[in-house]
Design a protein around this ligand. Structure first.
Ligand code: NAD
Length: 484
């Protein structure tokens, strides 16, 4: 079993571990038993982290050559690779995902993101801009832009994919020369606390990265209102995103908000049905359905509707729910009792509104926070088709025409991602252009690769992470005009 006795569980500030004035208890989602006691940062401790991050920004980190910053990011990637199994185990223990998926997908995603942005660190350039000359001429000017770091950036991270999502914020922020304060989610901080130890081991200057476990209402809010922080990069619920936007107004912080989703998966009559059903099931049940891009609205052409229902029923019943450390398990527990109860509430609401139960439908009577993989049939106006459930629950809705499929896909407050299953290349591109979402996957999920921009529209948030957009998101443009 994993030994937590040597893990630092306090606050990592200015390159040192400090005991916090207060603490909170976390629970093992597979058993419901207490797991760890973590430091809970208060407003004064947030002030101390901002001071340390500001000093590093103005001091050693700020002065470090860009290529050296890249080397440190690569060194961190090496250490994550070395400790991959341990990080995977810590994260699965904390939030319930089967450990094989943590080791095969989530931690490698962090490594890939660190290496991708390590390569960017010494390639962040401005532009030379031609223009009409000083006040319109005839005296020419030499005008150019610089891409400068923002300063201290706060990364507020959710519990569903702590290290992967943190990587999308941390790696570009550091590559661009910012310093960072991380607030992990209270339900899953352990893997990020271990990462802090690796950051120290890699040799980043003190204060470059600070980690503050703590409560959203206390530490999160203190970060959002803090005048010393220049940007908040947040992934989590839409409601918290709104609060962060309001709280950031004081000093006009930049905000990147990656919020919820209710992704449609459109299965056309010309799709490879076997692949579509398999892909739709993965989109529903991977990570216990606790995925912002989970494809929880399956829109099926009426001619394949019954086959899709049958296929998803089979896929749900084939899931093995259990201990994340049992190699037979394909679906672990949800992260917390609160999240399980929230999902069960939605299941009740679905039944009340007349959704037909195809598979699953309840929380098994056993210790831990498990919910059965559930497939419903119904229409797009039902609460279970409109709101993000964040659990292994999908609803299948029939459609008759391409226009209707697009209208149904767009009839939702969210717009993070969508999947289109078709073998008609023209239809694939046309529909991809018509769906209101930040990312579209055709005949597969959007791959969440470091090179590809990621983020939403509508209530799914603002801003993009990853790819070159990640560099733009963590730099400010300065224009310099020299009158010649
Ligand atoms: P949340 O938005 O409350 O928490 C996410 C992060 O924000 C955590 O680190 C939390 O401590 C912090 N936070 C909470 N309140 C804050 C505040 N006022 N100011 C600053 N930071 C704050 O999410 P949750 O309650 O853990 O989950 C609720 C729902 O959010 C889920 O059911 C799901 O719908 C959604 N969610 C989405 C994602 C995603 O990837 N888009 C991830 C997690 C949760």
């Amino acid at each position: 079993m994993i030994d937590l006795s040597t893990l630092n569980t306090g606050l990592f500030v200015g390159g040192e571990w400090r005991a916090a004035a207060e603490s909170f208890t976390t629970f093992n989602p597979a058993t419901g038993q207490p797991l760890a006691e973590l430091g809970s940062a208060n407003a004064a401790e947030v002030d101390a982290a901002v001071a340390a991050a500001t000093a590093a920004f103005r001091g050693e980190w700020g002065a470090l050559a860009p290529s050296r910053k890249g080397q440190l990011l690569n060194k961190l990637a090496d250490l994550v690779e070395r400790d991959l199994d341990q990080l995977a185990a810590l994260e699965s223990l904390d939030m319930g995902r089967p450990v094989g998926a943590s080791a095969a997908l989530m931690i490698p995603n962090l490594i890939g993101t660190l290496r991708y942005y390590a390569g960017w660190a010494d390639k962040i350039n401005g532009e030379l801009i031609s223009n009409d000359g000083y006040m319109g001429g005839p005296v020419p000017t030499h005008a150019y832009t610089r891409r400068e770091p923002l300063g201290v950036v706060a990364a507020i991270v959710p519990w569903n994919a702590p290290l992967m999502i943190l990587g999308w914020k941390l790696a570009p922020a550091l590559a661009c020369g910012n310093t960072v304060i991380i607030k992990p989610a209270e339900d899953a901080s352990l893997s990020i606390l271990r990462l802090a130890e690796l950051i120290a081991e890699a040799g980043f200057p003190a204060g470059t990265v600070n980690v503050l476990p703590g409560l959203g209402k206390v530490a999160g809010e203190a970060l959002a209102v803090h005048p010393g922080i220049k940007k908040i990069s947040f992934t989590g619920s839409t409601e918290t995103g709104r609060a962060i936007l309001r709280n950031s107004a004081g000093n006009f912080k930049r905000t990147a908000l990656e919020l919820g989703g209710k992704a449609p998966q459109i299965i056309f009559d010309d799709a490879n049905l076997e692949a579509a059903i398999q892909g739709a099931a993965m989109g529903l049940f991977f990570n216990q359905g606790e995925v912002c891009a989970a494809g929880t609205r399956i829109l099926a052409h009426r001619s394949v509707y019954d086959s899709v229902l049958g296929g998803l029923k089979g896929a749900a019943e084939a899931q093995v729910i259990g201990d994340p450390f049992d190699s037979a398990t394909t679906m672990g527990p949800l992260v917390s009792a609160r999240q399980r109860d929230r999902v069960v509430e939605y299941l009740k609401k679905g039944a009340d509104e007349g959704a037909e139960l195809i598979a699953g439908g309840s929380a098994p009577d056993r210790p831990g926070y498990f919910v059965e993989p559930t497939v419903l049939a119904g229409d797009n106006s039902m609460t279970v088709a409109q709101e993000e459930i964040f659990g292994p629950v999908g609803i299948v809705v029939p459609f008759d025409s391409d226009d209707e499929a697009v209208a149904l896909a767009n009839d939702n407050q969210y717009g993070l991602s969508a999947t289109v299953w078709t073998n008609n290349v023209s239809r694939a591109h046309t529909i991809s252009g018509q769906i209101e979402a930040g990312a579209i996957g055709v005949n597969g999920w959007s791959p969440l690769a470091p090179q590809l921009p990621w983020g939403g529209v509508k209530a799914s948030g603002v801003g993009r992470e990853l790819g070159y957009e990640g560099i733009l998101a963590y730099t400010e443009t300065k224009t310099v005009t020299v009158v010649l």
